[in-house]
Design a protein around this ligand. Structure first.
Ligand code: ZN
Length: 270
């Protein structure tokens, strides 16, 4: 499932490809649920729009349009946004196709069909429920200490809550906790201030390193050019149960916490 670094990589890639391009035609496949508003109004509203900017918020790709509207895409489990320079066969499982005037095209594809593309009117607060951006200057260690204090939930569950911190998912929560030497089940409020500071640093560090490597392709994720990321080769714990911990040598374990697979080291995560 694409998380912050993967969605950031896609947004950066799209920025190079589609800014300034004008939409000439829109094709929505049989699965109308993929778009909002449903029906012809979605397609009609997009025709003639020019892409002004492409950004990321949490795990969403945000395209600002010339009319002031925005197109917000949630990739969910297996969604992809892939740019095609020429009109050839659309990417497999394409549900929405934006054909630009110059013959290039953006495909919104999704094999498992949970992804959504939504048209947002100017000024509409679509992201009110999303938490702080962990790579923004507002996410300070002091702020993080305040956010965790009094919270009874396991720290890993806290990290996954998009209403608290936007964009962190299972891969980077597991990696950051390992990096900080913190047991995933520790209650958030029980963490010492030095531990929270370590986690703060680890989280920012792992997200930045993953962006540098253009994301983690352990499943379907590809960037806007259809290419896989490279951070799957840098993972310390995620998906590595049975392998030796790079820090203490003990075998890594996989347990389940709040219905999510959780990889960690019993030896050095306290
Ligand atoms: Zn270890």
């Amino acid at each position: 499932m694409p998380e912050l670094p993967e969605v950031e990589t896609i947004a950066r890639g799209l920025r190079d490809f589609i800014i300034g391009r004008r939409i000439a035609r829109v094709r929505v496949g049989l699965r109308k649920m993929a778009v909002a508003p449903q029906g012809v109004s979605f397609s009609r509203a997009l025709i003639g729009e020019t892409i002004r900017s492409v950004d990321r918020r949490g795990k969403y790709v945000l395209m600002q349009l010339s009319s002031g509207r925005a197109l917000v895409t949630s990739l969910r489990m297996t969604g992809r946004l892939v740019f095609q320079r020429t009109a050839r066969r659309p990417h497999p499982y394409t549900h929405v196709r934006l054909d630009f005037e110059d013959g290039s095209r953006l495909c919104f594809a999704d094999s498992r069909q949970f992804g959504r593309m939504r048209l947002v009117e100017p000024g509409q607060a679509w992201d009110a429920a999303l938490g702080i951006e962990p790579l923004s200057e507002h996410f300070t260690a002091q702020r993080f200490i305040g956010m965790l204090s009094g919270r009874r939930v396991p720290v890993k569950v806290f990290l996954l809550n998009q209403r608290r911190i936007a964009g962190v998912g299972n891969i980077y929560a597991c990696e950051a906790l390992w990096e900080a030497g913190i047991r995933p089940t520790t209650r958030a409020k029980a963490l010492s201030k030095p531990a929270v500071r370590r986690l703060h640093t680890a989280l920012i560090d792992v997200l930045n390193r993953a962006i540098e490597m253009r994301g983690t392709s352990v499943d379907d994720y590809v960037d806007a050019d259809g290419l896989r990321g490279g951070f799957q080769n840098e993972l310390s714990v995620y998906g590595r149960h049975g392998k030796a911990c790079a820090r203490c040598g003990k075998p890594l374990v996989r347990t389940v916490l709040a219905q999510r697979g959780t990889w960690w080291c019993r030896g050095c995560q306290k």
